[in-house]
Design a protein around this ligand. Structure first.
Ligand code: ADP
Length: 429
């Protein structure tokens, strides 16, 4: 596994673990801060309800002509409650339920509290029917010597609302969880896609670069072995020819290393805003043109510079001298390399606030199908020809990067067999 795939794997694990921890934490917070208090609030409501029923029953007992049992039965049946009237010594006087516990109720916490004159509450399993009840007891005047009126409700019934609330909440939590997981997955896939594309581009680049480097290195090794063999045999002429080829191969290797270093520098330069470096494009073009004059002459080409930028007008662009030189050098070198007859013309002029550089040749031209691809790293229309001319396949990729650094644009017009025009537009600094 490559280090970057390993990093990617670690990143994936951290992402999923992080997501799980956040969801668990949020669920715990939700249970603690919302579900707990709401459950308690609902239970308190149930108790208040029972107190209201007890008070209403007490009024009914005071005012109704009906026997106590009947009043208790009527209230109990309407709300599925159990009502008990207990005497001051703890005996059950009347009960809406048929299952009556004959023992004294005086010690039951809610009854004891009501006998003291306050509201009594409890929650326990009833000894008479084994069901868990919520009890509320109030002092009652239903008997002259004093009594307690108790209302109770099975906990299951009291908790039905709480349970309903819980289930609704859990359902909502599950929906939120699913939506969040879906969203996270989508984000994850989106975030992962460019990384894997980037990884593929990197892998391709490393494979291409190694292949490109291997060729001159193998050539150099072979040639140096041949030179030593020719020297041993005393064949000075052959040794000299091999030495010339060796020099050519090492030049190729040097250009490739320089281009790779330039590319790595250009790709590493982050560009939140325009490059702070500026240069005078006019003088960069003039220098590049002059240093290539001899080469063009050697190739038997006409070579002209048409600089229409007025002497007193600045032609500063957002490029360092190094990047501008790299851009102009590569365009002119290509024009010379891919032109067999005719010539190369370099033009520079201003169009409003834009500097326009044109490198025009009458060379071999570029087929329409390749015109978009020649700016890719290591892409060549004719590999053999590019190697013969000492090309690295990185020139136009470097030019494109440099132009982007200067916030400019590059265009190509080319007709196969007639020639090409590379046009660069750069905003003035
Ligand atoms: P190279 O080092 O091979 O020249 P470049 O990236 O500079 O690499 O160019 C990529 C390819 O584009 C070249 O191999 C060549 O096929 C084509 N090309 C570039 N400039 C010209 C031109 N002026 N005329 C014709 N073909 C060109």
């Amino acid at each position: 596994m490559s280090p970057s795939s390993k990093r990617m794997g670690n990143w994936r694990t951290s992402f999923i673990m992080g997501y799980a921890v956040i969801v668990l934490l949020l669920s715990a917070v939700w249970l603690f801060f919302l579900l707990g208090p709401v459950s308690h609030a609902l239970e308190a409501r149930q108790r208040e309800g029972l107190v209201s029923v007890a008070n209403a029953t007490e009024v009914a007992l005071e005012t109704s002509q009906l026997p106590v049992e009947d009043v208790l039965d009527r209230v109990a049946s309407s709300d599925n409650l159990r009502l008990t009237l207990i005497s001051s010594d703890g005996e059950v006087v009347a009960d809406s339920s048929d299952v009556v516990d004959p023992v004294s109720h005086a010690q039951r916490p809610e009854v004891a509290a009501a006998l003291q004159g306050s509201l009594g509450f409890d929650r326990r399993i009833s000894e008479s029917d084994g069901i868990e009840y919520l009890y509320v007891a109030i002092p009652s005047k239903a008997r002259p010597e004093g009594a307690v009126l108790r209302v109770s409700m099975p906990v299951t019934q009291a908790h039905a609302a709480v349970m309903r609330f819980r289930w609704t909440s859990f359902a909502l939590l599950a929906i939120t969880f699913t939506l969040a997981a879906g969203g996270a997955l989508l984000l994850f896939l989106r975030a992962a896609a460019p990384v894997s594309r980037l990884e593929r581009v990197r892998t391709d680049f490393v494979a291409n670069a190694s292949h490109e480097l291997k060729t001159p290195v193998a050539g150099i090794r072979l040639l140096s072995e041949s030179i030593s063999l020719a020297s041993e045999e005393g064949d000075v002429e052959v040794a000299g020819e091999f030495a010339r080829q060796l020099s050519h191969e090492s030049e190729r290797l040097q250009s490739l290393i320089t281009d790779l270093m330039d590319l790595s520098r250009l790709e590493d330069e982050t560009r939140p805003t325009l490059s702070s470096d500026t240069c005078d494009l006019s003088s960069v073009v003039a220098t590049s043109f002059e240093t290539r004059r001899a080469h063009a002459k050697e190739a038997g080409l006409t070579f002209t510079l048409d600089n229409r930028v007025p002497i007193d007008s600045p032609c500063r662009v957002h490029l360092s001298v190094a990047n501008a030189t790299l851009m102009v050098d590569n365009l002119i070198d290509n024009a010379i390399a891919y032109t067999e007859q005719g010539g190369v013309e370099v033009r520079l002029f201003l169009e409003g606030q834009t500097a326009v550089l044109e490198v025009i040749d009458t060379g071999i031209g570029i087929p329409p199908a390749d015109q978009d691809r020649i700016f890719e790293r290591f892409y060549r229309v004719d590999t053999m020809r590019s190697r013969e001319t000492g090309g690295t396949g990185l020139g136009l990729s470097l030019v494109r990067h440099a132009v982007q650094r200067g916030d400019g644009a590059i265009e190509l017009e080319s007709v196969l067999g007639e020639g090409s025009t590379f046009r660069v537009r750069l905003p003035l600094a």
